[in-house]
Write a protein that binds this ligand. Structure first.
Ligand SMILES: C[S@@+](CC[C@H](N)C(=O)[O-])C[C@H]1O[C@@H](n2cnc3c(N)ncnc32)[C@H](O)[C@@H]1O
Length: 240
């Protein structure tokens, strides 16, 4: 059976992977108030704090204990990578998959350390309604939830439709309420012919109609062989 998921996995990228995904350079981040939504077990807050940045993450799983999150993270990384390896469409390069898995474990371990030592930087909350005031952040980074967890038929990873277009629009409006600029990754479809995710076009239409600027920036991080449409969607809040 081709690879798909039945829930959102607690699975996160390292700092370097994230900088590449979002087409960011660390020196540009200095003075910014940054939100990672959803943070999952990624390495952004841990490495960001080590670099002196003002960075916070939000995720519905953060009301769990560090031990529980570590157990869940290790289990989900293992199960997801094994499912990929078992899938003839994606599992052909074992060495690459194991390297990918190692980076996810590295991100998880660095997340767990920071989650224990800086609990105030990890806020429990979920889209499409976040527990922050308007304009609390200069930059909001949103990876591997929107678009990625749409149903397979739209280009996402989920077997069933848990996050439809309405959810995407409500969530992006919410990210723009709390932040001045939002960057979203990925923007490609995971299955079928290489193309943009089906929700990108309607999202672009709505955000532009609502007065925001939207464009694509080439991502430097490549997952599997998704080199086409490998861009981050940047939306800058309009002032109207
Ligand atoms: C695959 S992780 C992404 C982590 C990180 N942004 C990255 O790109 O590596 C997806 C996260 O989305 C979280 N999640 C699930 N439903 C959510 C919602 N409605 N709002 C915000 N986060 C959600 C999950 O708990 C999970 O940690």
């Amino acid at each position: 059976m081709p690879f798909s998921l039945d829930h959102v996995v607690f699975f996160g990228r390292t700092w370097d992977e994230s900088m590449g995904m979002y087409a960011l350079q660390a020196p540009d981040l200095g003075p910014l108030r940054i939100l990672d939504c959803p943070g999952g077990p990624d390495g952004l807050v841990s490495e960001g704090l080590a670099r002196g940045l003002d960075i916070t993450a939000v995720d519905p799983q953060y009301d769990n204990s560090p031990d529980e999150l570590e157990r869940r993270g290790r289990r989900e990384i293992h199960e997801t990578v094994e499912a990929w390896i078992a899938d003839p469409e994606t599992g052909d390069n074992l060495e690459r998959m194991r390297g990918y898995e190692r980076l996810k474990i590295e991100a998880l371990e660095s997340f767990i350390d920071a989650f224990r030592s800086h609990p105030d930087r990890y806020v429990t909350g979920q889209l499409p309604s976040l527990p922050f005031e308007d304009d609390s952040f200069d930059l909001v980074l949103s990876g591997h939830l929107l678009f990625a967890y749409a149903a397979r038929k739209h280009g996402g990873l989920m077997e069933k439709e848990a996050f439809d277009l309405e959810f995407h629009l409500a969530s992006i409006r919410e990210l723009l309420r709390v932040g001045r600029e939002v960057r979203l990754f990925p923007t490609y479809a995971f299955f079928g012919p290489h193309r943009r995710h089906e929700f990108i076009e309607p999202v672009l239409e709505v955000v532009r109609e609502e007065g925001h600027d939207a464009d694509f920036l080439p991502s430097r991080w490549i997952q599997d062989e998704y080199t086409d449409f490998n861009d981050t969607l940047r939306i800058r809040k309009g002032t109207a």
